[in-house]
Design a protein. Structure first.
Lengths: 102, 165
């Protein structure tokens, strides 16, 4: 493992976060928005694991594990919300969700 | 060999990530792409001397990917959603974010400098991570347990079919 490898891992994490952010901002399907958030969480976890290896310090891996568990919990609730959305409105277009606007 | 594995896994992760947001009209394929990305990330964790985390990633996200794929098959979810007409301000914000992150990526790359410390024996093993989790992170672990229980209950309550009394 060389510094170039670990630098490449950080660039990959940033690119994945970037792709997730683009999906979050540009997609209208609620399921795809949820997938984008998962992608961003995983990108952050990858950066943590990369830095854990760079510093030979396992605290980064523990944080990545916590991030993964939180991501799965968020994904489960998000999927339930998508199902509720389909049942109540018949679609998953986030542009139609304006009832909490003021 | 090790370098080729890293770049191959990185390419797979990128392809999966792009597919996850690229298949706008086919949510099932988007979920499959995300699953590919998560699988590649598990491989990358193993490459980065985090074998326990790689296994945890596989176990945690396998169930979520399967559930997401089943949801993607629902009629209302798979129906095409018009794309491309979100507010221009959002698109501008997305472009600004892309530029900012590109700069940040270069800064992160520069942050990794030699010499790299050699990891201790058993680095990333379940024994060492478990000692940390039940030591320094005991409170975080307890809070996470409560969060997971709350998420489980709320997901069941949100997704259940309401019946009239």
């Amino acid at each position: 493992v060389t510094p170039e490898h670990l630098g490449g891992v950080q660039v990959l994490a940033a690119l994945l976060f970037l792709i997730g952010a683009a999906g979050l901002l540009l997609r209208r399907n609620a399921l795809l928005v949820l997938l984008s958030v998962e992608l961003m969480l995983n990108a952050a976890a990858l950066a943590l694991v990369g830095f854990a290896r760079t510093r030979a310090d396992e605290h980064g891996q523990v944080l990545a594990l916590l991030v993964a568990a939180i991501g799965v919990a968020e994904g489960g609730v998000g999927l339930a919300l998508v199902i509720g959305l389909v049942r109540s409105r018949g679609g998953v277009d986030v542009q139609d969700l304006g009832s909490l606007k003021w | 060999m090790r370098s080729a594995l890293l770049w191959g896994l990185a390419a797979l992760a990128l392809l999966g990530g792009i597919g996850a947001i690229g298949f706008g009209r086919r949510p099932g394929r988007a979920v499959a792409s995300l699953a590919l990305c998560l699988l590649a990330l598990a491989g990358l964790y193993a490459w980065l001397d985090a074998p326990f985390l790689a296994l945890a990633q596989l176990l945690l996200y396998a169930a979520l990917a399967l559930a997401a794929w089943l949801v993607a098959l629902e009629r209302g979810v798979a129906a095409p959603t018009p794309e491309g007409d979100r507010q221009p301000l959002l698109k501008l914000g997305a472009a600004a974010l892309l530029g900012l992150l590109a700069v940040k990526a270069l800064a992160l790359r520069a942050a990794v400098r030699p010499p790299l410390p050699e990891p201790p024996a058993g680095f990333g093993s379940a024994r060492r991570l478990g000692a940390l989790l039940y030591g320094d992170y005991a409170l975080a672990l307890a809070v996470l347990g409560v969060l997971l229980a709350a998420a489980l209950v709320s997901a069941v309550l949100l997704a259940r079919r309401r019946t009239d009394p």
